[in-house]
Design a protein around this ligand. Structure first.
Ligand code: ADP
Length: 432
């Protein structure tokens, strides 16, 4: 968007000027003919006088036109050419062209949307009001070198923009070039978010590893000191150390699995696998846990094979996490249902849904959107005491995504939780 702030100066139309001149000439002709008829002036002299009056009436037109066009040129900004405006308008990022005083010459739609206070012919400094930007602009003008500054926008959501001010010589309509400042804004918000997530992840992972490590080294000290000759205490401490070491190993396992799935996220698995035996294998493996927690596991699977394009190992991890969570956190319900159904999704495509439902305490609605974040737990103490790492559901979501599926989480507090992994049905192999 380039707004034209300089309408061309108003010039008197030709018809008006013609009328004025005609009136002058008719009046002069009438007056002269009266004077000639009275014998006060010879006809030759009257013609000469008429020609002088005609010249006087017509010459100012030309002068006026020349003056007006000079005035036009003076009033129009020399770098306000349509081509310069088109270049600024065509830039994908917010862009503003300023004159050497910092006054806005052109701005595109993205810049007008980002900083609505920016107006043509007004100083950008007034609109942006950031000391950092004002300093950068002043320095860019003074040194003719590019400068950068940060621009933080809070409305409607926080956005971090990098502002680059580049001095550019812009050709003028008088010939030569005028030094202007091109200000472009680059959205750094996604990079910033990733950087924050990375820092959070490293902090969380080291905290999770440090906790069992601190317990292990504490018990080693105790075993080397007071408990050295106490076989009973040694036995108990070794048991705790084993649990802590297992927790560390599990955490490292989950971290590695997560990074493996992330690395291959863009490659959809292409091997056809039958999900029914995979679910059965997981349920069988978790039978001891179900017995220990006194939970009845009901398995409702079709007899026939159900094929999806999938990675067997990843599917094992996925169902293991969902069923184990149901047994750990939903144990109080005493019942877990694992079922597989084939449905038609909203877009009409066939879908395979594996549902794990428990009848435990459920999950409060405010936690649902965050459950698949790394290290997010509803109750950290509860998760740790169950040997949880806080990475299970994050891993589940990544695996489902890699299989181009969806994870649905529903819960009614006090009535249990349902986790459903949806997969697109594998297309039958093409007949050759
Ligand atoms: P964790 O290793 O802690 O189990 P997950 O990512 O698997 O990590 O789960 C995240 C959190 O979600 C758990 O700590 C628990 O608070 C909650 N959660 C998961 N499954 C259930 C469930 N079936 N019922 C209630 N809460 C659950």
């Amino acid at each position: 968007m380039a707004i034209d702030a300089h309408p061309s100066p108003t010039v008197q139309p030709w018809s008006d000027r013609l009328r004025h001149s005609a009136i002058i000439l008719i009046a002069a002709a009438l007056a002269l003919s009266v004077v000639v008829s009275l014998g006060e002036l010879s006809a030759m002299r009257a013609v000469a006088v008429f020609l002088c009056i005609a010249a006087a009436a017509l010459v100012p037109w030309r002068l006026h036109d020349t003056a007006a066009s000079r005035d036009d040129v003076r009033r129009i900004n020399p770098v306000e050419g349509a081509s310069v405006a088109a270049v600024v308008s065509g830039m994908p990022d917010p862009a503003v062209l300023l004159d050497r005083a910092g006054r806005v010459i052109h701005l595109n739609a993205a810049a007008a949307q980002l900083a609505p206070a920016l107006r043509k012919n007004e100083l950008a400094q007034f609109a942006l009001r950031s000391p950092e930007i004002i300093t950068a602009l002043r320095e860019a003008i003074a040194t003719s070198e590019p400068r950068r500054a940060d621009y933080l926008d809070h409305v409607p959501v926080d956005r971090w923009m990098e502002l680059i001010i580049t001095p550019v010589p812009v050709p003028t309509s008088f010939g030569g070039a005028d030094k202007c400042m091109l200000m472009t804004f680059h959205d750094q918000t996604p990079l910033r978010r990733v950087e924050e997530m990375r820092a959070d992840f490293v902090a969380n992972a080291s905290h999770e590893l440090r906790t069992p490590l601190a317990a292990l080294s504490g018990f080693i000290d105790t075993l080397q000191g007071q408990a050295k000759d106490d076989p009973k205490a040694r036995e108990r401490f070794l048991g705790i150390m084993h649990t802590q070491a297992t927790r560390m190993a599990r955490l490292i396992d989950d971290l590695l699995s997560l990074s493996r799935v992330e690395l291959s996220a863009h490659v959809r698995p292409d091997t056809l696998v039958d999900v029914v035996p995979i679910i059965r294998q997981v349920a069988d493996g978790l039978e001891p846990l179900a017995r220990e927690r006194q939970v009845d596991v009901e398995i409702d699977l079709p007899e026939a094979a159900v094929m999806i394009a999938g990675d067997r190992e990843e599917l094992l991890r996925l169902f293991e996490n969902l069923i184990e969570n149901a047994l750990k956190y939903g144990a109080s319900g005493g019942r877990v249902i694992v079922s597989l159904t084939m449905v038609t999704a909203a877009d009409g495509s066939p879908e395979i849904r594996v549902m794990v439902r428990d009848f435990g305490p459920g999950i409060a609605p405010e936690h649902l959107p965050r459950l698949t974040e790394r290290f997010y737990r509803v109750d950290v103490g509860d998760s740790r005491s169950q040997g949880g790492t806080g990475l299970g559901l994050s891993l589940v979501k990544h695996i489902v995504n890699r299989h181009r599926g969806r994870l649905l989480i529903e819960s009614v507090p006090k009535h249990g939780a349902t986790f459903t992994a949806c997969f697109p049905q594998a297309k039958p192999p093409a007949l050759s």
